[in-house]
Design a binder for this molecule. Structure first.
Ligand code: C2E
Ligand code: CA
Ligand code: CA
Length: 572
């Protein structure tokens, strides 16, 4: 029986041809089919490593032109996984240990080659494992510094780069500039599209942003739709502004995904080194809060960081934190404002309005915290909390014998588009003893117009559950008859601004008349908001408005007070 020979590509670093022959002979005897090359200095070694792949290196220690440790270093730099065994006549214990520490796999004495063949066999096996391990480590390291979704640098790598760019700036007086970019309405889109398409969209955005980045600059993704661009040297604000405009221009063309055209805008906040901060995290944070200000101006805008913005951002941060606690600890309240039939004076429904009694700042108005809740995503849990509380309170109205016909709850656009909202309504309504059409949701025009197709689908699904749909603040947005027809809408709420100047402004009267006529054609009910005076009430009645709410009748009331209010009216 003939043993299968194992082929071995051996690179030998050795100055003595006699030793070479001796070593090769004992390897052949050990069952290897050896193909080998002998080199004796660094240049030859580098050339040999460059020319072909080797299975193992055997190296002498002391040579006229070279020594084993240098050879080891040269090999490990170029082929880190290649096994390296020292075979020497002279090496002492100390040097051997040092060689092992520097990455040699083993060392043997030339006068005792008995261990050579077993050592080679072992190293050939181990080399495969070492290679796999090294690749795994490399991947880990890459993952630690990169965002998996887009492959872009993450926050950690961005910090490193900022440190470098700052250090360079201190020597060369360059002007590093950080831009924080956030996609307007992306969170809604992501809730709507689902995360798979949302991820695709983010990758497409990353690709477009890569095009504006030069080699010395950095594009990073911090998570979600937050991208940061670090420009190593932007001479002045004008140049920074021009750059930011160029970035926004990358969004002029729609993104094509899954057969859909998606239009995205980007808001950009800009912070400059050193005047806006000389620490990486601070500069990023300042660019981020400038971005929030840009967003508040309606999106697609650009904002430089400033002291006022920093102060406002700190305040906003506190509110967000306190609000998160308040929701978790049930510290919010819901008040109810009655809605009245203008002709009979009967109560037709109530609108639920959230209230926040802050432990230090007193009652905080929804206008101050709802926008922050929207931006931070807290609106989803807040909205759900309000809905649950309102439905629970409705049971209390019922038990007190004064259940109004309808309960209206405000729904943010993010709730409307969120995939879990429908199921939440289903659960809530399934467990409720209240009548069909009892629950009503109020949405703004701009909310439904963010994604009309999806809005129609989601509103129809909610309506199938027995929920009525009202358009809030009506008249301030698009208000075209054409779009109204396409939506499943039951109620229009005339915005307070038209009611306010009713006595003074002829135009407002004309608008209200038109809204009422439109509603009649489309079979919708109309509620006027913000009625404060008898005069406003009478004019609205004359214009044919059926229902209204406002301080004239009642302010929003805590649950117990509302029950008293309802009971008094019922007796009257
Ligand atoms: P909105 O939905 O238009 O609510 C009507 C607002 O007008 C309420 O302000 C109400 O107190 C106020 N109001 C009612 N009658 C009169 C009046 O005669 N005169 C005047 N000047 N104001 C009147 P509020 O409670 O401060 O709420 C402000 C906004 O916050 C709401 O406007 C709504 O958009 C939002 N909001 C309130 N609660 C919630 C909620 O639970 N979820 C969501 N998503 N938004 C809410
Ligand atoms: Ca409302
Ligand atoms: Ca309103």
């Amino acid at each position: 029986m003939v043993d299968e020979k194992i082929s071995l590509r051996l690179l030998m670093i050795e100055d003595n041809p006699d030793d070479e022959a001796l070593i090769i002979r004992s390897i052949r005897k050990g069952g290897f089919d050896v193909e080998h090359l002998r080199v004796e200095n660094r240049a030859q070694l580098i050339e040999a490593l460059r020319q072909q792949d080797w299975d193992i290196v055997l190296s002498d220690y002391q040579m006229p032109e070279f020594n084993g440790l240098n050879a080891l270093r040269t090999v490990k730099e170029r082929s880190p996984d290649l096994p390296f065994i020292i075979v020497s006549g002279t090496i002492g214990e100390e040097l051997a240990v040092e060689a092992m520490r520097s990455g040699a796999q083993d060392y043997l004495m030339k006068d005792n080659l008995a261990r050579l063949v077993p050592a080679i066999r072992r190293e050939l096996n181990d080399a495969d494992e070492r290679r796999a391990l090294r690749l795994a480590r490399q991947t880990l390291r890459h993952q630690a510094y990169h965002d998996i979704l887009t492959g872009l640098p993450n926050r950690w790598l961005l910090r490193d780069r900022l440190e470098q760019v700052f250090a360079f700036s201190r020597r060369q007086h360059t002007r590093p500039t950080v831009m924080f970019l956030d996609l307007d309405r992306f969170k809604n889109l992501n809730d709507t599209l689902g995360h798979l398409l949302g991820d695709q969209l983010l990758r497409a955005v990353a690709d477009r942003l890569r095009e504006v980045i030069a080699e010395q600059d950095t594009l990073a993704r911090l998570g979600g739709d937050d991208f940061v661009l670090l420009f190593s040297d932007v001479p002045d604000r004008e140049a920074a502004l021009a750059l930011a405009r160029r970035i926004q221009a990358r969004f002029a063309q729609p993104f094509r995904l899954d057969g859909k055209e998606i239009y995205l805008d980007a808001s950009i906040g800009i912070a400059r080194y050193p005047e806006n901060g000389s620490e990486p995290d601070i500069l990023i944070k300042h660019a981020e809060s400038a971005m929030y200000f840009a967003k508040e101006r309606g999106g697609n805008s650009i904002q430089f960081s400033s002291d006022e913005i920093q102060a406002a951002a700190a305040n906003r941060f506190n509110i967000e934190n306190d609000l998160r606690c308040a929701i978790r600890n049930d510290q919010l309240e819901v008040h109810y404002q009655p809605q009245i039939d203008l002709r009979s004076g009967a109560i037709t429904g109530v609108e639920a309005l959230v209230r926040w009694p802050h432990p230090h700042e007193g009652m905080i108005a929804p206008d101050r915290f709802i926008p922050i809740a929207e931006e931070s995503g807290l609106i989803l849990s807040l909205g759900h909390w309000v809905l649950q509380r309102a439905m629970a309170d409705a049971v209390r109205f019922k038990d007190a014998g004064c259940l109004p016909r309808r309960l209206a709850v405000n729904l943010s656009a993010r709730q409307l588009y969120h995939q879990e909202t429908l199921a939440a309504f289903q659960d809530l309504l399934a467990g409720s003893p209240l009548e069909e059409r009892f629950l009503e949701i109020e949405l703004t025009e701009s909310g439904v117009m963010q994604n009309p197709e999806q809005a129609v689908a989601n509103l129809s699904a909610l309506r199938d559950l027995g929920v009525s749909v009202a358009i809030d603040d009506f008249g301030t947005g698009y208000s075209s008859l054409a779009y109204l027809k396409r939506f499943p809408i039951d109620i229009l709420k005339i915005d307070r601004s038209f009611v306010r100047d009713l006595a003074l402004d002829q135009d407002d009267e004309a608008i209200i008349r038109t809204i009422i006529a439109m509603a009649e054609t489309l079979n919708m009910r109309v509620i006027a908001e913000g009625i404060e005076t008898r005069e406003q009430l009478e004019r609205l009645e004359r214009l044919g408005c059926q229902e209204g709410q406002g301080y004239y009748f009642a302010r929003p009331l805590p649950c117990a007070e509302l029950i008293r209010f309802l009971q008094d009216r019922a007796c009257a």
